[in-house]
Design a protein around this ligand. Structure first.
Ligand code: FAD
Ligand code: NAP
Length: 450
């Protein structure tokens, strides 16, 4: 039993994305036992449900998490929605250390009229849909419009644009959801306009991601509108690369490419216009940049333009949600903390309660960023360990409570059955895997005798 392993100190982690798995790695290495609680039957968070299907090499990081899961003293507790099936308070009674690593799953709002019209979607839902997330299997998208508009100009916006313009035959061998592949094959989208509210020097994407789109067969990328390609003094290397690369792109589409991606900087949506409840156009305002508090911010010029479109994808960032019984900064969508120690309402750390990943820092950073983040958090937890109160009950008591629910717990062996079944299902389709898209299908494979 894990609780009898050396040291006898134990940790619960909530969320099995990169932050949760990196935290598990550090805590196991320090001799604690780790129970990793995950809402879904499948682990890996956005590595499985966010990273684009044509980024399979990135998804291979799951292999490192798999090695962590094989360590003695590790248990995966899948299909357990913490906050609903078990409270954080219950976890705190059974573990020395509780680390919250449940990510940021909802979208930020644009706050403009027409945002909720049919045909206007959050990128958070769109990427979850093409990645077979069980909460998004019933999403519906209409790809019959020739032009799509993506609002925002970060890496997620580029993922969405790339999936929309890429020849779908180049996606068929990936783990893309089959319904998404079918819809993309029938898609009439020929042009994706990306709207960035600030200028090229403030664009949030990585240059390599745009280079990949420009290199796709039959796709042309252009940069339009009144745009300044000057590299600001003191700019970092990433900004310099972005601006210099953008300056080399055509200023208008040649008309020869089969599909187009048009970047439009200094443009903020002011309204999504609807006809019979559906988006038919997006109205945007041209911006100018103003310096404020050492930062360039966008200010409207009063000049407006209209783009006809039947599909708007809002890719302006993710947002965290609160966990019952845990302090929350609703504006930033994060759990207030000092170096990963969760701060109570009075501003003092709550003993034994920690946070890491997107729900700690906010929704930014690559997979690897979460490793340093988890190190900071677990270093704090390990330093605090001698002073933390001893748990009152064994995790076996929580197992018992969970056993009383109709929903079964999925352990790592059961997840492996899902994993193997998906790879097998993929073979006749020529795919790396064909994901099981609902919780009941996953449970049917993971726990067949249930
Ligand atoms: P997540 O990965 O979101 O993991 C959180 C986990 O917590 C999930 O498994 C979730 O199901 C679980 N959870 C939520 N609520 C509960 C609960 N109540 N109880 C139990 N479990 C719960 N980075 C790269 O380096 N390369 C890329 O190509 C790349 N592509 C990306 C594409 C997209 C669309 C997005 C959004 C991000 C991408 N990133 C990429 C960034 C990377 O995915 C994140 O940095 C990373 O996943 C954040 O890790 P996390 O563990 O904080 O959150
Ligand atoms: P992001 O990088 O923060 O980009 C969000 C974009 O939305 C920015 O362009 C931002 O502009 C814009 N925006 C925010 N509010 C807006 C508003 N009200 N109106 C108009 N535009 C608005 O977030 P993300 O693209 O969701 O990515 C999240 C993280 O995951 C990032 O760290 C990213 O690098 C990572 N990721 C990496 C990959 C990869 O490596 N391939 C792929 C996907 C995601 P401002 O800058 O003006 O705020």
């Amino acid at each position: 039993m894990p609780e009898s392993l050396p040291g006898g100190r134990r940790a619960a982690i909530v969320g099995s994305g990169p932050a949760g798995f990196y935290a598990a790695e550090f805590l196991l290495r320090a001799g604690l036992t780790v129970d990793l609680y995950e809402k879904l039957p499948a682990p890996f968070g956005l590595v499985r449900y966010g990273v684009a299907p044509d980024h399979q090499t990135i998804k291979r990081v799951a292999g490192a998490f798999d090695r962590t899961a094989k360590q003695p003293g590790f248990r995966f507790r899948g299909n357990v929605d913490v906050g609903r099936a078990l409270s954080v308070e219950e976890l705190r009674t059974a573990y020395d250390v509780v680390v919250l690593a449940y990510g940021a799953s909802t979208d930020r709002r644009l706050g403009v009229p027409g945002e909720d019209l049919e045909g206007s979607h959050a990128a958070t839902s769109f990427v979850a849909w093409y990645n077979s997330h069980p909460d998004h299997g019933t999403n519906r998208y209409d790809l019959t419009s020739e032009r799509a508009v993506v609002v925002g100009i970060g890496n997620v916006a580029l993922d969405v644009a790339r999936v929309l313009v890429r020849n779908p035959e180049e996606l068929k061998a990936t783990d893309i959801a089959e319904p998404a592949l079918s819809l993309l094959r029938a898609s009439r989208v020929r042009e994706v306009v990306l709207l960035g509210r600030r200028g090229p020097a403030e664009a949030a994407f990585d240059q390599g991601e745009l280079v990949d789109i420009a290199g796709l067969a039959g796709v042309e990328v252009s940069v339009e509108g009144s745009t300044n390609f000057t590299v600001p003094e003191g700019a970092d290397a990433a900004t310099r690369k972005n601006v210099e690369y953008l300056a080399t792109l055509p200023r208008e589409p040649s008309g020869r490419a089969e599909r187009r991606v048009r970047l439009r900087f200094l443009a903020s949506p002011s309204e999504l216009v609807g006809t019979a409840g559906r988006v038919s156009a997006l109205r945007f305002e041209e911006n100018e940049l103003v310096e404020s508090g050492g930062k360039s911010t966008a200010r409207g010029t009063g000049r407006f333009e209209v783009l006809e479109t039947g599909l708007v994808i809002r890719s302006i960032g993710y947002h965290g949600t609160p966990m019952p019984g845990v302090p929350f900064d609703a504006k930033r969508g994060v759990i207030p903390n000092a170096l990963g120690r969760v701060l109570g309402d009075g501003g003092a750390p709550i003993p034994g309660l920690y946070v890491t990943g997107w729900i700690k820092r906010g929704p930014s950073g690559l997979i690897g960023t979460n490793k340093a983040c988890a190190k900071e958090t677990t270093d704090g937890a390990l330093a605090d360990l001698p002073t933390l109160p001893a748990p009152k009950v064994l995790p076996a008591e929580l197992d018992r409570r969970l056993g009383e629910r109709p929903e079964p717990v999925v352990d790592y062996e059961a997840w492996r059955l899902i994993d193997q079944a998906e790879v097998e299902r993929g073979k006749p389709l020529g795919k790396v895997r064909d994901k099981l898209a609902t919780v009941s299908e996953m449970l049917g494979v993971a726990l067949p005798a249930r």
